[in-house]
Design a protein around this ligand. Structure first.
Ligand code: NAI
Length: 653
């Protein structure tokens, strides 16, 4: 069946694309469009045309199966040129998503109308690319340049409302799109205004100083990514040197970026994220239906997990130790929801409804109907055992019980439970209602149903769920512990904390390891080290600097002193006292300090990540190297455009 059909209603033609699932710009769609346009031009009875899509969405991207194949004419830029040159006005009628090439097609139309729930965007930078079919040339001619820059360099789609506000749409409809588009077409015909031709529109160029500001701001946000800056060059070329030169330049940069390491890395992680939770062993297993979620502990993590669960429309019950702690948990959830309200993600009505779906109690009997319970109490095995004991008494037999522990052995927690096959780990990252990563820990006895339930819950929360096995720190914290150890060795061998952090930031991490530790608080890992001290191999090199800091009462940013000294505005400054402490420790151990370059520092860090990653794979803790990359990028600030530690180092093998 043809993917493009042409029908007529009086003087109006309907070009309908039907190429499931996303109406991609496949070859059949491109050639079908050209044929339809030829017919429309040749038909004297037709005065206007509407381009509309069947199914869930407008054109939402390219056809991935054509990636890597020789390009087959007609190419998308030429189809869009043909669209723009049609003698009759064409109206794009958008529902679902108009993304990438889809939005570029809509920009080639003369008018755009959208369903009020539609989203429009040019997400190419997320794959290390720029729009390659005129997006960087047409969009700045249609909407204010700052808005075009934000959409193209940020890669985030905008809502139909926003698109309407900035002039990307000519109209928005809350009713039936097809009818609204037909009415719109009639209005245009009645008005008899000449159809707008974007490419020929004059555009007021920003001054050189404005371009400098735009470039500087983009560079800062891009943190080492080349595509957003290439997009600025394309936009600027199109504005300063005219549309034809701009289009040729845009195409050239698109092709160059498509073959770049950054785009390969970003495509790698894009596909890794989509496949990481697809487990053949869970295929066909029905998850338990979930309605009520129990959360034990309303502290930092518990309140975040409760918020995330509420936002996914579950009823939530938090169990705390006393009424004050219940009130604290409740008010933290309220604070998180007000944050979402402030960012325009939800409205006050929804906040009220979500707060009404939250209950707190000190009595575990409140969990009698819970379908899934997530424990987030203190990181202490005795407390965890006590909690799971109570859960066994009060919860229904098919409840799934999860621990959010960072490091404790969940197999040991499960072993003490009546039904260990229903006990799993759900390791969230802080802040739990914002961070996308979730490690789903399969205990030795966990059954397929409990795991399937965990993945369906993760999916409902919009998380990227990475399956992992039980070990100290699972995937992410285990790799972090390993490279932290090597960073500490570097401190004794000659580097200073702020040098290591600077090397990491230059590499693309949002912050260095020591600044991150200061932010999280140093006492948590101190407690873990003390817990593990009896099991430590005395022959293994141990760096005590972190312990000294805690002994000196330097617990990190919250008390103004950690690896850094913090000024009254919370800004970190390297502290000469810490430099002296580090140097004295080397002397005490008889180590001759040497200089480290940033490259050497990163080589050590990447080497440590790789070698721990290999051990994790050998022990079957992660299913594959891609899963490790997904964890490090989504939970630990590893720069996305480098593809993850396993991808990066595999290339060098
Ligand atoms: P927290 O100290 O902020 O919160 C713990 C809460 O549990 C407190 O509100 C406390 O009153 C409550 N609690 C303690 N015993 C209880 C009991 N028997 N019954 C009911 N409530 C009880 O701690 P946080 O940071 O939220 O950590 C909780 C768990 O999450 C720990 O296992 C931790 O290792 C893990 N985790 C922490 C992360 C973090 O960044 N803070 C990240 C990922 C996991």
């Amino acid at each position: 069946m043809s993917t493009v059909t042409l029908t007529f209603e009086n003087a109006i033609a309907f070009i309908t694309i039907n190429n499931p699932p996303i109406n991609a710009t496949s070859h059949s769609v491109r050639s079908g469009l050209v044929e339809a346009l030829d017919q429309i031009d040749a038909n004297g009875d037709i005065q206007a045309a509407i381009l509309i899509c069947e199914g869930k969405t407008f054109i939402a991207g390219a056809d991935v199966s054509e990636f890597g194949q020789p390009p087959k004419a007609p190419l998308l830029p030429d189809v869009i040129m043909r669209l723009e040159a049609t003698t009759k006005p064409i109206i794009a009628a958008i529902h679902g998503h108009a993304l990438g090439g889809g939005l570029e097609v809509a920009l080639g139309c003369h008018y755009r109308i959208a369903d009020s729930k539609a989203k429009l965007g040019l997400p190419e930078v997320n794959l290390g690319l720029i729009p390659g079919a005129g997006g960087t040339i047409r969009l700045p001619r249609l909407i204010p340049i700052t808005e075009a820059v934000a959409m193209i360099t940020g890669g985030k789609p905008v809502t139909a409302n926003k698109a309407n506000e900035i002039g990307l749409l000519d109209a928005i409809t809350h009713g039936a799109l097809r009818d609204a588009a037909r009415d719109f077409a009639q209005t245009i015909l009645d008005r008899e205004t000449p159809k707008p031709l974007l490419l020929r529109d004059p555009v007021t160029p920003p001054s050189a100083a404005d371009w400098d500001d735009i470039t500087a701001a983009t560079k800062k946000k891009a943190r080492g990514q080349t595509a957003p800056l290439a997009a600025i060059s394309a936009i600027r070329t199109g504005i300063e040197q005219g549309a034809d030169t701009g289009l040729a330049y845009e195409r050239e940069r698109f092709v160059e970026l498509r073959d770049s390491d950054q785009s390969k890395a970003l495509r790698h992680i894009f596909f890794a994220e989509r496949s990481v939770a697809k487990l053949p062993e869970l295929k066909g297993i029905e998850p338990n239906p979930l309605k009520q979620i129990g959360v034990i502990g309303g502290g930092i993590m518990g309140a975040g997990i409760a918020t995330a669960s509420l936002l996914a429309s579950y009823n939530v019950t938090i169990i705390e130790r006393d009424e004050d702690a219940c009130a604290n948990g409740r008010s933290t959830v309220e604070k998180h929801l007000s944050g979402s309200l402030k960012h325009g993600l939800i409205n006050q009505h929804r906040v009220d409804a979500l707060m009404a779906a939250l209950s707190t109690s000190t009595d575990y009997a409140a969990l009698a109907n819970a379908d899934l319970v997530i424990e987030a109490v203190f990181e202490d095995m005795a407390v965890k055992h006590d909690v799971f004991g109570k859960l066994a008494k009060h919860c229904k037999p098919d409840v799934v019980l999860a621990s959010n522990t960072s490091y404790l052995d969940i197999n040991e927690i499960a072993a003490n439970c009546v039904n260990p096959n229903r006990v799993i780990g759900l390791h969230f990252f802080s802040p739990a209602h914002i961070m996308k990563l979730l490690e789903v820990v399969r205990t030795d006895k966990a059954d397929a149903k409990s795991l399937a339930t965990a993945f369906s819950f993760a999916n409902a929360l919009g998380k990227i769920a990475v399956p992992c096995g039980v070990c100290d720190g699972f995937v992410g914290n285990r790799i972090m512990s390993a490279y932290r150890k090597h960073c500490e060795y570097m401190l004794e061998d000659g580097a200073l904390p702020h040098q290591i952090d600077a090397a990491m930031v230059e590499f693309g991490f949002p912050m260095g390891l020591f600044a991150m530790q200061d932010m999280a608080g140093l006492e948590i890992s101190w407690a873990t080290r003390k817990r593990l001290a009896p099991f430590r191999d005395p022959a293994e090199r141990y760096v005590a600097l972190g312990d000294y800091l805690c002994e000196m009462g330097r617990f990190g940013k919250k008390n103004g002193l950690g690896w850094y000294r913090y000024d009254e505005n919370g800004k970190a400054r390297p502290d000469p006292d810490i430099d002296a402490l580090v140097i004295a420790e080397s002397e005490k151990k008889g180590i001759t300090r040497r200089d480290f370059t940033n490259t050497e520092i990163m080589d050590v860090i990447l080497g440590a990540m790789r070698s721990e990653g290999d051990k994790i794979l050998a022990e079957d803790i992660a299913n594959n190297a891609d899963a490790i990359d997904v964890v490090m990028i989504n939970g630990y600030g590893f720069p996305r455009h480098k593809g993850g530690p396993m991808f990066m180092t595999a290339k060098e093998d």
